[in-house]
Write a protein that binds this ligand. Sequence first.
Ligand code: S3P
Length: 189
Amino acid sequence: MTAVPLPATEVAGSIILIGPMGAGKSAVGRALAAATRHRFADTDRLVVQRAGRRIPDIFAESGEAAFRTLERAALLELHGWSRLVVATGGGIVETAANLPTLREMGCVIWLQATVEALWRRVCTDTNRPLLQVADPRAALRATLERREPLYQAAAHVSVDTSEIGAHEVAQRALMLAVEFFGSRSKMGA
Ligand code: S3P
């Protein structure tokens, strides 16, 4: 399917996408970056580049805590840049220090979805270490329940992606980002 690009749109700051695996952060992020002419960055991809290892290998060889340290370093590397669209890993909110960092970077948009919708999208995935367990659906539910308050605390706005495709999610996210930066400039921030 060829995605219809979004109209070119001026957005005054960076857009940061958070949310669970399968919420569409990368696809939506690329569409937003094209529309805003911001650079697209992906914390998972940066971790892989800097570590020179695939994410499943980092988890298997060094453990989740080591991955979280690399993820925090990737986020801090992006923190200094402006005019970015950033797709983050689903567990970026597990590191408490990341919450203020994310909010300082720009408009934080939480791509929400129900467990059912997420499960439909990720059930055949073998690249996500947290799903390589006996009951991945239960693991997904438990992870989501634990993280929801964290996403809520980190986000400025949210889009429910459960029933709509990436293009529509991107349209809504773009509108929210325009409003966010518009109201911030009115407040003289
Ligand atoms: C993770 C999500 C992954 C990746 C890593 C851990 C998580 O990113 O960062 O496998 O803890 O939910 P996506 O959200 O892009 O799948």
